[in-house]
Design a protein around this ligand. Sequence first.
Ligand SMILES: [Zn+2]
Length: 323
Amino acid sequence: MGEGVVGSGESPREEGVSAPGIPAGVVLKVDVDTFRGTREGVPGILEELERAGVKASFFFTLGADRSGRAIFRVFRKKGFLSKMARTNPLKMYGLRTLLYGTLLPAPRIGKRLSGLIRSVREAGHETGLHAWDHVKWQDSLERMSPGEIEKEIRLGVEAYGEIFGERPRLFAAPAWLATDPALEALEKAGFSAVSLSRGRVGPFRLAVGGRPLEMVEVPTTLPTLDECLGREGVTRENWNEKLLSLYRPGEVEVLTIHAETEGLAYRAELRDLLERHRRLGIPHLTLGEAACRIPAEDLPVRPLSLGTVPGRAGRVAVPGKEA
Ligand SMILES: [Zn+2]
């Protein structure tokens, strides 16, 4: 795997069909990382989506919430401390979350909150798997054996099955981290569309070692709130303007929001964003819809590599060169 930084130099592939400045659509991808985010943040996001009449794609963490372990990242990852100082983790995650898996027992999210998780699908939204153990994937994926990765995915798939009565078809990688063994394990587990990487490119078919997989990758094309807040003059007051300025005419943008942020302390900003979308006539689509907008056989094929994005500690998966 190579190294790279996500830039905006990649030329758009899809033909513009909308008015200048207006994207062809925005995918709202909702990552749910923690017990508190599921219990308190998801209902907030559901209310805002319902108010705006928008359908989104939710990705759930279903195993034990060991977020307290994230504290130890301070010692390991460059940039984590400065991000924590900028974004006030106590406000974003709450004290209990920061202690789960350390001083407090880790609650099993999918078991404890299955009714709430099911209600997201019942409200008409798309659902997929985010993680079994978010912290483990985020901190250890690069050191895990293929067997360990398969086990993490299997546990998540089983927990999802207990809630929804079927296998998940969609997967979003915790912390946008994915390796070739993870791609192979996800393909084996039968996922049809995944969102693993960060990059300003449209959907593509993934490849491992030059071999194309069936899975379609839909990268997150926009930065996240926590990456931008406090950097380069971005405040909560001008965040949505900044976001809209990044929308590319005629392209599909994929925005990752978090139950822990936009569902709680930054809910007013989400409401304002959806209101701006309505005023500008920007349509929404789900991640699954974005994945099949172009027939799979016409999609480019790309591997993933690891790179960095501004404002985020650690490495993330980025799209490699078109094969
Ligand atoms: Zn996550």
